[in-house]
Design a binder for this molecule. Structure first.
Ligand SMILES: Cc1ncc(COP(=O)(O)O)c(C=O)c1O
Length: 452
């Protein structure tokens, strides 16, 4: 594989001995004990990477190859992978804390909730913590139903909010919902971007409209001008709440703290997760206005989560936010985003046969290829040139480029060069090579424990 890259980033060299045999063993065990099809798909896309060293915007495969991580677990590594300050804060937290007792009040939870009230827009000021994005969305929906006494949740076609109970019911992709039906009643999906259809769907039965400000999994779909303001107005007219899911778009990803700021719209409830844990710990937050909290005052135990906002995770999240503030990371993301989009637009102009459109905001970029099959093929070619990039789950023709916000100019240029070279390979008909068939090892026979 030609994966020759300039140096750059925080750690230029390997700090481990590459071990291709250990990598193959891990893939075989994964196929045997987790899912063989996942291994096959990843091999075919040239993404059968076993992550070893991780640093800033880079990740190294166990076989020693280095990749610029432009997937970042769909926006989970905004402050960089293993950001040294966040790692140090995690060590310090481990030295004195643990999860904490979830029924008790906690200093770390209180401090992080106060910080979230400060950095989120408008009157958002109260928090419920969770462990992951789906849980944050589940609670947002519970809060909307509980506080309005209304049942209906309006979400969007191709929207993505996670795979937990309420969140899955709001999923905008039939394939995710259908095997588990019947799901929750009173969930409807409308096309993203059509204010007229939405206005009809939102009425006196609607508890909330749930949207991503920019659809991520749906293929980096931008809201048309005025759309989110029209949604806000439709909610206000009907007395419904607006939930904005900033799990992928938030914490600086789009060059502002929150994507909704680009559109001048403040929600009643906002969900935050992914990068809040600084690539180290699971934590999510549902942030909402004080008047919605009224619903919970008579019963502060109406929603519980043993590990939600654990003391260690809150301490780490506080350092994530401190790093972002003190390094002016949001402005940096905006500047790097401008450089990225300038380069992407000139590639799109030069290669119209491959690139149909580029779109997005800040460091949330989507490249729409001219055919669906180009998404997976470009993942393969980009991996050969040292870039880890994955096409969108709900839209295979669209590749997401969402590097860590700590990416520097030279690394943006590296990405653009790799993209150009990958497109040349695609056009010249190079690869993907025939994937090596996976031969799952035979499962060792174990005695089955007697029931009961
Ligand atoms: C917009 C959005 N909402 C919710 C989720 C679900 O988050 P989690 O996987 O942590 O449950 C995701 C995950 O990708 C997401 O992108």
């Amino acid at each position: 594989m030609d994966n020759e890259q300039p140096t750059g980033g925080w750690a230029d060299g390997l700090d481990f001995v590459p071990d291709p045999a250990a990598k193959q063993h891990a893939l075989e065990e994964f196929a045997t004990y987790l899912n063989p099809q996942k291994v096959r798909v990843m091999r075919a896309a040239g993404l059968d990477i076993i992550e070893a060293q991780r640093s800033g915007p880079w990740v190294w495969d166990l076989d020693g190859r280095r990749f610029l991580d432009c997937f970042t677990s769909a926006g989970s590594f905004n402050v960089g992978r293993r950001n040294p300050r966040v790692v140090a804060a995690a060590h310090a937290a481990l030295d004195r804390l643990d999860h904490g007792n979830f029924l008790l009040c906690s200093r770390e939870k209180a401090e992080l909730a106060a910080k979230l009230a400060e950095i989120t827009p408008g009157d958002l000021s109260c928090t419920m913590f969770g462990t992951g994005g789906g849980e944050a969305v589940d609670f947002a929906i519970k809060l909307a139903r509980g506080s309005t006494g209304r049942p209906r949740i309006v979400s969007s076609v191709n929207g993505y909010h996670g795979h937990t109970g309420f969140a899955l019911s709001a999923a905008g992709r039939e394939a995710f919902r259908q095997p588990f039906e019947p799901l929750m009643p009173e969930f409807v999906q409308v096309p993203f971007g059509d204010p007229d259809v939405l206005a009809v769907a939102v009425d006196e039965h609607t508890a909330a409209v749930l949207l991503e400000p920019v659809q991520g999994e749906g293929g980096i779909v931008m809201p048309p001008p005025g759309y989110l303001a029209a949604v806000r107005a439709a909610c206000d007219r009907a007395g419904a709440l607006l939930i904005l899911d900033e799990i992928q778009t938030g914490l600086g990803r789009t060059g502002r703290w929150w994507a909704s700021e680009h559109f001048g719209v403040v929600p009643d409830i906002m969900t935050i997760a992914k990068s809040l844990g600084g690539s180290l710990v699971p934590i999510s937050a549902t942030v909402f206005t004080e008047d919605l909290r009224e619903f919970m005052i008579p019963n502060p135990f109406i929603h519980l989560s043993t590990f939600g906002g654990s003391d260690i995770a809150c301490a780490v999240a506080l350092e994530v936010i401190a790093v972002m503030e003190e390094t002016d990371l949001v402005a940096h993301a905006a500047a790097m985003g401008e450089r990225l989009f300038t380069g992407l637009r000139s590639i799109a102009e030069a290669r119209p046969e491959v690139v149909a459109e580029v779109r997005g905001l800040g460091l949330m970029a989507g490249i729409e290829y001219s055919e669906d099959s180009m998404g997976p093929r470009m993942s393969y070619h980009l991996a050969r040139h040292g870039v880890l990039a994955i096409y969108s789950g709900n839209q295979p023709a669209v590749m997401r480029l969402m590097p860590s916000l700590v990416i520097e100019e030279a690394e943006v240029d590296f990405l653009l060069e790799a993209l150009d070279r990958a497109i040349s390979d695609l056009v010249s008909g190079a690869g993907p090579e025939e994937p090596t068939p996976t031969r799952p090892r035979r499962r060792p026979v174990r005695p089955v424990a007697a029931a009961g």
